[in-house]
Design a protein around this ligand. Structure first.
Ligand SMILES: Cc1cc2nc3c(=O)[nH]c(=O)nc-3n(C[C@H](O)[C@H](O)[C@H](O)COP(=O)(O)OP(=O)(O)OC[C@H]3O[C@@H](n4cnc5c(N)ncnc54)[C@H](O)[C@@H]3O)c2cc1C
Length: 385
């Protein structure tokens, strides 16, 4: 399908899109099935992406970044989503757009000089650990504690479902620095290095989808972290998390739209070839019109995504629209996958077919990074009438 002209993207975005698409075709798609089996993306691939500039799209040139805008990030997320390997996409996007922004937004100049160049080069892979076994949607309910001990903090608690948690070098961890207050106050963010004493992987978690993404339960048992590793002001972490969620949700929406687009293209190709009842499936009006409606919905989702990214790039407050993007795109990708699998018939249920993996990968979009209901509450709060 040819792409209509877009008012949002400039030449540099188109060049980046073409470059990432080439990388996905030549370096990701041929090998990613093996990474699904292995349960993680090899480090060499992330370093290769770092060398090509894909891991520092918005970061300052002094750290090796390209200083592009939110729309460039959307291009990266959409194209990785289009790869049809959600596990690879999320491995990269957690590093670039969900974890490392904690350092970029709240880190001191010294902290940035220490870690940013390696993050942008793909030598230091990052994770973000907010969720706990008893606190996911409700971030204010986290219980991991960071208690002062001389010039250090001692972290105690368990983090759950942490993407890149098995293999990351640097983990941004949310913990309560003031246990005497509850809720949103008294939370701080720490940059915890893999080698920190007292940090261990409780277990690597097996999942329905995103199988090439490593996911961990992390255990902090008197984990010693120097004060110089605290990001930003003490007790101000909740607001940093909420701020970074905006970028995370936009990026997840973009990834979902890339996946939906890829599934639609795959299915269009399939129904034009697959024969039944003396013709091809495309001849069936019920199928054709259903796919046409999905194309319309994907177009609508992408326009909402692009418009919101454009507003974000201008520095506008768009929490309502970001929440809409996350809710709408997260649900839509599942609707698209359901129908695309349906029109693949029995082959779509067989593990070696791409659509079977894509169905599994898509499910998390309605749950992770802000479940649909939680996002719709954010929208509802901002509907003025
Ligand atoms: C594969 C994977 C990777 C992840 N990666 C990370 C990561 O890297 N770092 C990290 O910190 N976290 C990560 N998460 C956690 C993820 O963001 C949470 O799972 C998500 O926020 C939902 O939290 P929960 O699982 O505790 O569900 P709960 O908060 O227990 O909610 C369960 C369900 O209840 C419903 N619900 C919740 N609140 C409301 C409400 N207010 N109104 C109506 N319905 C509601 C929703 O349908 C929700 O799915 C990951 C999760 C998975 C599965």
């Amino acid at each position: 399908m040819s792409e209509p002209a877009s008012p949002y993207f400039r030449e540099e975005h188109a060049a980046l899109r073409a470059q990432i698409r080439r990388f996905v075709e030549s370096e990701i798609k041929p090998q990613a099935a093996a990474w699904e089996e292995a349960g993680f993306v090899p480090r060499a691939v992330l370093r290769q992406m770092g060398a090509l500039g894909f891991l520092g799209i918005r970061y300052p040139e002094e750290f090796g970044g390209s200083e592009l805008d939110t729309l460039a990030t959307i291009v990266l997320a959409e194209e990785l989503g289009r790869s049809s390997f959600g596990g690879v996409a999320v491995t990269v996007l957690v590093h670039t757009d969900m974890a490392s922004p904690h350092l970029a937004n709240a880190g001191s100049p010294a902290q940035k000089r220490r870690w940013m160049p390696d993050i942008v080069a793909g030598r230091c892979i990052t994770a973000v650990a907010v969720t706990e076994p008893d606190a996911g949607s409700d971030v204010a309910a986290i219980r991991t504690v960071a208690r002062r001990d001389g010039d250090d903090y001692l972290l105690n608690g368990t983090k759950m479902f942490i993407t890149n948690g098995v293999h990351a070098d640097l983990i941004f961890v949310a913990a309560r620095t003031d246990p005497s207050v509850k809720g949103t106050r008294g939370i701080s963010i720490f940059a915890v290095e893999r080698s920190a004493p007292g940090l261990s992987v409780g277990r690597a978690l097996k999942k329905q989808g995103w199988r090439s993404s490593d996911t961990a339960e992390l255990v902090f048992a008197d984990c010693r972290v120097p004060e110089e590793n605290r990001l930003g002001a003490e007790h101000a972490g909740f607001y940093a998390i909420m701020r970074n969620f905006q970028n995370e949700r936009l990026v997840l929406g973009a990834m979902a739209m890339g996946e939906a687009q890829a599934a639609l293209e795959l299915t269009l190709a399939y129904v034009r070839e697959r024969r039944a009842f003396g013709g091809v499936l495309w001849d069936k009006q019920a199928i054709r019109l259903r796919l046409a409606m999905l194309a319309a919905k994907i177009a609508a989702g992408r326009e909402l995504l692009y418009a919101t990214a454009w507003r974000d790039a201008r520095g506008e407050d768009c929490v309502r629209e970001v929440s809409m993007v996350k809710a709408y795109c997260g649900e839509l990708v599942n609707e698209v996958m359901y129908d695309c699998q349906q029109f693949h018939g029995g082959f779509g249920y067989i593990s070696e077919s791409a659509i079977e993996r894509m169905v599994r990968d898509a499910r998390i979009h309605a749950i992770g990074g802000g479940a649909t209901e939680v996002m719709l509450e954010e929208v509802a709060k901002r509907l003025h009438f």
